[in-house]
Design a protein around this ligand. Structure first.
Ligand code: GDD
Ligand code: MG
Length: 342
């Protein structure tokens, strides 16, 4: 059985870290995001197709050096084809019912249970569902009691949303879904294909699950996913290899080769590899990039410091993104694809 992982987005809401990295390789508790998706797949999935374009070289490198016991195909789109176009582009690798996963979801969904549900309902498409308060950043379903989805609307205004149940970003699909997607152009699964399958077949079902779910799409949810996973594992903090920590870490994760000076206090923050945090530094709700140097006696709150950025002594920052380097060529200025409020 095959699974397609959609990993081609630019991750514009996770800038500046995605200027230099594929979003799906961003570390979560010091492991690339995509590794969580692969380990979530059922045993019977023996082939994984990574639908990529932006920074595909980094993704290829990662899988050359890390074995997950499954065949991994890095399927490089010549240009971003959207969530539907990327699935169609993987068609030649698909042999039967298959999974599609957004690469930026971290959740407790059991995909074996989802297959069972799909088969029981004799569905053509089953999508995972999660309830949220603010639905306007997501795809929202209109669903009957028995799980039959009768409407799907991507990123509606909250007053137009049919329910509080959103598309949690994992689908189990029959082969015939591929016939709905035209080849070679930008196609949105959520905007074009799901509504057509619902209208044409009536066999589109929603699968709700319990536990936890986070879309790691923006900096705040990136910090939140760290805190959630640490809480689930009863950990106060996570520390990589070869670190020297002379301060205090609370609800925080630091990468490899990180130095933290005396009397420093790191709270609800993520610090990437090789960062140097001086003494008497306070970090609260921050993400600090690779090789950053944070000067002594600095106080940073709700702040993002991009890779290699120096912060001089006694700096006070609140709600700032520090990034002073050129933006890579071809990187979009704003989010593309299923944009909110389009
Ligand atoms: N290969 C490829 N090509 N992948 C893409 C492309 C593309 O052109 N565009 C987006 N992706 C990937 C992204 O990397 C991500 O893993 C996934 O497709 C979804 O794109 P996002 O940009 O993250 O979408 P979103 O978060 O705004 O909304 C989606 O996820 C929500 C749940 O997290 C939608 O599926 C919503 O309906 C859903 O509720
Ligand atoms: Mg997303």
């Amino acid at each position: 059985m095959e699974a397609i992982i959609l990993a081609g987005g630019f991750g514009t809401r996770l800038r500046p870290f995605t200027y230099t990295r594929a979003k799906s390789l961003l570390p979560i508790l010091n492991k690339p995001m995509v590794s969580y998706l692969i380990t979530m797949l059922p045993k019977k999935v023996d082939k994984v197709i990574l639908a990529v374009n932006y920074r595909r070289d980094q993704i290829e490198d990662y899988f050359e050096n890390n074995d997950f016991g499954k065949e991994i195909i890095v399927n490089d789109e010549p240009k971003p084809l959207g969530t539907g176009g990327a699935v169609k582009f993987a068609e030649k690798h698909i042999t039967g019912s298959f999974f599609v996963l957004n690469s930026d979801i971290i959740c407790s969904l059991n995909l074996d249970d989802m297959i069972e549900f799909h088969e029981k309902k004799n569905a053509i498409s089953t999508i995972s569902l999660w309830p949220v308060e603010n639905v306007s950043e997501f795809g929202v379903v209109d669903m009957k009691r028995d799980g039959n989805v009768v409407g799907f609307v991507e990123k509606p205004k909250s007053e137009d949303a049919p329910s509080d149940l959103i598309n949690a970003g994992a689908y189990f699909l029959e082969l015939k879904v591929l016939d709905y997607i035209v080849t070679g152009r930008l196609v949105s699964m959520e905007k074009e294909i799901f509504p057509r399958i619902i209208a044409d077949t009536g066999k589109f079902f929603g699968f709700e699950f319990k536990g936890y779910w986070i879309d790691v799409g923006r900096i705040q949810s990136y910090i939140a996913v760290h805190k959630l996973l640490m809480k689930n594992q009863n950990l106060d903090y996570v520390q990589g290899n070869n670190c020297e920590n002379n301060g205090k870490l609370t609800n925080s994760c630091i990468g490899d080769n990180v130095f933290i000076g005396n009397n420093s206090d790191v709270e609800s923050s993520v610090v990437f590899d090789s960062a140097q945090i001086g003494k008497s530094v306070a970090l609260n709700n921050c993400v600090i990039g690779e090789n950053c140097k944070i000067g002594n006696h600095s106080n940073l709150k709700n702040t993002v410091v991009g890779d290699n950025e120096p912060i001089i002594e006694k700096t006070v920052l609140d709600n700032i993104i520090v990034w002073d380097q050129p933006v890579p060529k071809g990187y979009p200025k704003k989010q593309i694809g299923n944009v909110i409020g389009e």
